[in-house]
Design a protein around this ligand. Structure first.
Ligand code: KG4
Ligand code: ZN
Length: 394
């Protein structure tokens, strides 16, 4: 099954074309095309994602990225095609509508079987852009459009492992291939991103039970807000990680911050108090040198890491999973990855799955892979796809 996948939930416009094979036990994915445009630098001056700017950027980027992906796959055929007005469906914005129409008038239907698109959670104007684009292509090319949950995509991305090509190297000019890791249920998923921090239990494929979630800010949001206090650019996660590493290399800091909800008898998280503690600490200091900032970054990262790991550990004790799967942008954090690896060593037999580099943040590969797995499980959702900004897995 060949799937064109589209992700526009936040500030990344991502398109991928996957050739998917196998069943839920041995699925594999060849990436025939992949294109991602990060708007992060455009949003940097706002210190976070600015929804109407994100929407406008997605509108401008979707057609060119899709053309690029079709070209990479060898599926790009330029022609002259009639496009019925009705195919363009719900696109209201005139300039975007004209762009999509032009794209469809010039681009022959590629040999693909379905289109997958993120339907939520995320920023609704951004989600709608991807959905409307996907539906116009689906209408014109007469193929189904599958709506996919963004967080489910992050879970699936942690299950994808690179397969070396036949020549034994990953870079031999052949499409990059991923195989689905063997997963055992029950499975606990730790989702840590810019908009979400939650623990969900999967007793089987596509069934989700709530275990814990943040009471206030998401952990990625806390990284971004603290970065802003430290005058580091958005997205703050990677910058805080670098800054904290410099402090550790000098021997580490004596600063400590509170770990909110650490002793509460739940698997819920809280990060807004931690951010406020950083703010008060900075206000209490007369002068703040670059080295002080690096120490604050380290102390913050330590507190965030310990909160994540201790609540995950509690959830593991409560739910006794066979696998722990970690997804979302913050799963790129080296200290958090190390701490989770250490934690798992206390549970012999339990498997830890972390996303590979390139799949930690938002991408379309995870959306296409999730759509394929849902399709072979016979669990694709309703035909009419709606953007659901605060969609919940459980
Ligand atoms: O999953 P993602 O790309 O987008 C959302 O769905 O939110 O996650 C983005 C978040 C941002 O808050 C970013 O600062 C954070 O992931 N992040 C990190 C790191 N890399 C990205 N946080 C901590 N350490 C990192 N290395
Ligand atoms: Zn995400």
């Amino acid at each position: 099954m060949k799937i064109l996948a589209i992700e526009t939930s936040c500030d990344e416009t991502a398109v991928a074309l996957l050739d998917c094979n196998g069943d839920l036990k041995n699925a594999s994915f060849s990436v025939l095309g992949n294109a991602l445009y990060s708007q992060a630098s455009l949003h940097a001056e706002y210190g976070g994602v600015y929804p109407s700017l994100a929407k406008r950027e997605h509108q401008g980027n979707l057609a060119p990225l899709t053309l690029d992906v079709l070209k990479q796959a060898g599926f790009l055929k330029i022609g002259a095609f009639d496009v019925k007005e009705s195919a363009l469906g719900d696109i209201r914005d005139k300039a975007f509508k004209d762009d999509v129409q032009k794209f469809l008038e010039e681009t022959a239907k590629p040999p693909i079987d379905a289109i997958a698109v993120t339907q939520g959670p995320g920023l609704e104007p951004a989600l709608w852009t991807g959905i409307n684009f996907a539906q116009a292509l689906g209408n014109a090319w007469k193929i189904p459009v599958l709506g996919i949950d963004h967080m489910e995509g992050h879970i699936v991305s942690a299950m994808l492992k690179s397969v070396p090509s036949d020549q034994g190297t990953v870079n031999s000019g052949e499409p990059k291939r991923y195989a689905l890791s063997t997963v055992h249920f029950p499975l606990l998923a730790l989702l840590i991103s810019g908009g979400h921090t939650e623990l969900v239990l999967m007793k089987e494929w596509f069934s989700y039970e709530h275990v814990g979630r943040t009471k206030d800010d998401a952990v990625g949001e806390a990284f971004d807000k603290v970065a802003r206090l430290l005058e580091l650019p958005y997205p703050g996660g990677p910058k805080i990680q670098e800054s904290a590493a410099r402090s550790r290399a000098r021997g580490g800091t004596d600063i400590t911050f509170p770990r909110p909800l650490m002793h509460a008898e739940t698997c819920d998280f809280s990060f807004s108090g931690l951010k406020t503690a950083v703010l008060y600490k900075m206000r209490s200091m007369e002068q703040i040198s670059e080295e002080d900032k690096e120490e604050i970054a380290e102390a913050f990262e330590e507190a965030a890491k310990e909160s994540i790991v201790s609540k995950t550990n509690r959830a593991v004790k409560e739910t006794k999973p066979e696998s722990l799967v970690v997804g979302g942008g913050v799963s790129a954090n080296v200290e958090i990855r190390k701490a989770l690896q250490e934690m798992i060593s206390d549970y012999p037999g339990m498997k830890l799955l972390l996303p590979e580099a390139g799949l930690t943040g938002d991408n379309a590969i995870m959306i296409g892979a999730a759509a394929y797995l849902r399709n072979i499980a016979g669990k694709t959702g309703s035909k009419k796809i709606k953007a659901e900004g605060s969609r919940k897995l459980a």
